[in-house]
Design a protein around this ligand. Structure first.
Ligand SMILES: NC(=O)c1ccc[n+]([C@@H]2O[C@H](COP(=O)([O-])OP(=O)(O)OC[C@H]3O[C@@H](n4cnc5c(N)ncnc54)[C@H](O)[C@@H]3O)[C@@H](O)[C@H]2O)c1
Length: 308
């Protein structure tokens, strides 16, 4: 579905992208603008571990969008606070009169093995990713619910950002993996709760070369040789996000996609595997026998990232 007036996929839509000053969020913001959306570019401008703040990254992306002929405004608030999340929504309404799509993307890492993981590192990462998804989602959803109740049913979209770490686990990323798994559960609940208001909610597990990955996964993220496809460019992930954020994705909700390079994968989540109901309580030893037998029938789990 494209706009009848311009043929661009997101013409007439207003999109807010969190953490859009760099990396994947920047690529998403530019890609939405290229498809005709007006964009709220949020970024707190923090360092790689969440330290400091700067309005510079968000401002530069707004300037890039304007230079390409698009329309965007800066929002430099902290999306993991009620004030920042609420003002993200009001910035869209004040600047452009509506909000159609929310891309939750902001975040940072504090990687440590579990035994070395401080409470502060746990809290900071859970806060920016999990609360940083919940609060903008809550405030956007409240707006869409009141639109629906006022007789203006929205065609609203939310794209949340999980990670392979959250889907499969990742050694040295206990805090991050737990937050990203939580984002998947939040996505499923939001898709179920908000369907009645015309809101679709999906999640993405991307992989791309950004400051978050270029050192830790240097080999996998390496830039290509001259003339080769730059497989790990963040811009390769954005087309899926733009489509999910458009009206064209009607009926697609409560799903999780992996996206990297030229590949899009539907991730299939938890579902019951082999089961045994004997209709009576077991002894611990009998429970163990049952478990051994069921595991022999079950599919082996995917390997945790970084596990030997
Ligand atoms: N790069 C990858 O391969 C990869 C893989 C899986 C998941 N992800 C996820 O994708 C998202 C984007 O990551 P990236 O690789 O582009 O990282 P990045 O560091 O390049 O960009 C993240 C941006 O979020 C901003 N930010 C951090 N905390 C914020 C806050 N409280 N409020 C507003 N902005 C804030 C930062 O300033 C930064 O500009 C993250 O959620 C990340 O966990 C990335």
């Amino acid at each position: 579905m494209t706009s009848p007036t311009t043929g661009r996929l997101c013409a007439g839509r207003v999109v807010a992208v969190t953490g859009a000053g760099r990396g994947l969020g920047r690529a998403h913001a530019l890609a939405f603008a290229a498809e005709g959306a007006q964009v709220v570019v949020n970024d707190l401008g923090v360092g790689p571990g969440g330290d400091g703040t700067s309005a510079g990254p968000a401002r530069r992306v707004v300037e890039e969008i304007a230079a390409a002929g698009g329309e965007a405004v800066v929002h430099d608030g902290d999306i993991a606070t009620t004030e920042g999340a609420a003002s993200l929504v009001t910035t869209a309404l004040d600047a452009f009169g509506r909000l159609d799509t929310l891309v939750n993307n902001a975040g940072f890492l504090r990687d440590r093995m579990l035994v070395n993981l401080d409470e502060d590192d746990w809290d900071a990462v859970m806060r920016v990713h999990l609360k940083g998804h919940f609060l903008p989602l809550k405030h956007a959803a409240a707006h869409w619910r009141s639109e629906a109740k006022a007789g203006r049913p929205p065609v609203a979209r939310v794209i949340n950002t999980s990670s392979g770490a959250g889907l499969l686990g990742s050694v040295g990323q206990g805090n991050y993996a737990a937050a990203k798994a939580g984002i998947v559960a939040l996505t499923l609940v939001a898709a179920a709760e908000l369907a009645r208001y015309g809101v679709h909610v999906n999640a993405l597990a991307p992989a791309a070369r950004t400051r978050m990955t270029e050192q830790t996964f240097a080999a996998a993220m390496a830039a290509p040789g001259e003339g080769e496809f730059d497989a790990m460019a963040p811009e390769n992930v954005s087309p899926l996000v733009v489509w999910l954020g458009s009206a064209a994705s009607d009926g697609v909700t409560g799903r999780v996609f992996e996206a990297e390079a030229g590949r899009i994968t539907v991730m299939e989540g938890w579902r019951p595997g082999p089961t045994d109901d004997r209709g009576a309580r077991r002894s611990p030893a009998e429970a163990g026998e049952t478990v051994r037998r069921l595991l022999a029938e079950a599919r082996a789990p995917e390997r945790v990232y970084g596990a030997s």
